[in-house]
Write a protein that binds this ligand. Structure first.
Ligand code: M6R
Length: 420
């Protein structure tokens, strides 16, 4: 027998695992495994087959897991969407058990921490735009202590790669107790959040080993898009518009593969800017959470101070930070906020900031305004966050490498935050 806190630690030796719940004790002796409650009541445990292989957790020629996982995104997005789109419809089997509550939900509450929370913020735009459902997003750490209002028709979604984040788990218990149906959007199969929610949708992106979450994030956004389309279709979304977005989703893995070709440009950029100790990331609309995510990625692995800001909020204070040395990364996809972002870029330009723009291919208006433009493939505006995120992941990776840090195991951080 092996005892571990994660399947990836034992997959080299076995694929058969037993998951312990809170309040259970495992006793291993020459006569085998015995599980009881802490009150010594025997518990029968099922043996579960691990849904991961040794190959999935090996570096496979890459220098770091993070780089491998960034590069896996075309495949991981395909895996996350596989079997879930068919003939102009979305099919999410995990929702079957709560189909009634799902179809009738009046209000969505999305929760998670860190990168998962950023995915939730993008989800908010998606659900409101595609399904016209009032949606709120809360840090799980806030939600658990906030006395959240749960009414008839409130459906909560706990987003977590690991399925073990303590704050997210506590938040889901809190809203559960208050009567909400809780859905899990989780990657780790068999994890606590997956087991303790009323229903769940797995991401199916395989193990994510690097502490910095990358492929889980893009898959979370892709699955949230599918959920929003599904809910929208049950309400006002037309068959034509649904077909249009689904067709774009089908193309997304190839577009992400094209965005990965930006690696050399991102590496050169990171090298040039790595001496700068403070960076700003700005975005608006559905790409505002991408700015937050870009800044989080940079700070957690390169230890460079970075702030993600809503570009319109800049004039309410943060613009005072802009000087000739400040790298300012704008996410300027061709979405509904594009013209406004352009105006914000001009404001920073006038103050001498070093502007880097993440833009859509074919957009020619940023040349001359930005020190450098990184072009990602153009897409449906609602899907642009998945594409604009990729160069920001690469920039963070290369900046950390330039600074000589352990990219996969940044200081003071753990992959699963199982404490409050
Ligand atoms: O496993 P989870 O998705 O619940 O983890 C939540 C956060 O701890 C996680 O996303 C964290 O912010 C990442 N290290 C960010 O890259």
């Amino acid at each position: 027998f092996f005892i571990s806190s994660d399947g990836s630690a034992v997959v080299e030796h076995t694929s058969q695992v037993v998951y312990l719940n809170d309040g259970e004790l495992a006793c291993i002796g020459p006569d085998g495994l015995h599980v009881t409650t802490t009150d010594a009541i025997p518990v029968h445990k099922e043996v579960t087959e691990l849904e991961m292989t040794l190959e999935q957790i090996q570096l496979d020629g890459y220098e770091h897991h993070m780089l491998k996982e960034i590069n896996e995104q075309p495949a991981s997005l395909r895996d996350a969407m596989r079997g879930r789109m068919h003939q102009g419809q979305v099919w999410l089997g995990g929702l079957q058990v709560i189909d009634r509550e799902w179809a009738r939900c009046q209000r969505l509450m999305l929760t998670g921490c860190g990168t998962a929370w950023h995915a939730g913020l993008i989800g908010e735009y998606l659900f409101e735009e595609l399904a016209r459902i009032p949606t709120e997003v809360q840090y799980a750490s806030e939600l658990r202590y906030r006395n959240p209002i749960v009414e008839e028709g409130t459906l909560a979604v706990a987003i977590s790669q690991s399925g073990e984040t303590a704050d997210t788990l506590a938040a889901l218990h809190e809203v559960h107790t208050k009567g909400a149906t809780v859905l899990g959007l989780v990657n780790a199969v068999g994890s606590t959040i997956a087991r303790e929610t009323d229903a769940g949708i797995y991401l199916h992106v395989g193990p994510e080993i690097g502490v910095a979450s990358t492929k889980a994030f893009t898959a979370q956004v892709a699955v949230l898009t599918l959920m929003a389309i599904d809910l929208g279709r049950r309400r006002h979304l037309s068959a034509e518009y649904t077909a249009e977005i689904l067709a774009e989703l089908e193309q997304l893995p190839d577009k992400v593969a094209a965005a990965l070709d930006l690696d050399a440009q991102c590496a050169a950029l990171a090298k040039r800017l790595t001496e700068r100790d403070n960076w700003l990331y700005m975005g608006r609309g559905i790409n505002f959470p991408v700015a937050l995510e870009g800044a989080l990625k940079l700070k957690e692995i390169s230890y460079i101070h970075a702030e993600g800001l809503h570009a319109a909020e800049m004039k309410h204070g943060p613009i005072a930070l802009v000087d000739l040395d400040m790298p300012v990364i704008f996410v300027a996809a061709l979405d509904s906020t594009y013209e406004k972002v352009l105006a914000n870029i001009e404001e920073v330009n006038a103050r001498g900031g070093r502007i880097i723009a993440i833009a859509s291919k074919g957009d020619t208006r940023l040349e001359g305004l930005a020190e450098e433009v990184i072009y990602v493939p153009a897409s449906h505006p609602l899907l642009s966050p998945i594409l604009t995120t990729v160069p920001l992941q690469l920039i963070a990776y290369h900046a950390a490498l330039e600074r000589g840090h352990d990219v996969d195991k940044p200081r003071n951080l753990a992959k699963s935050v199982t404490v409050e």
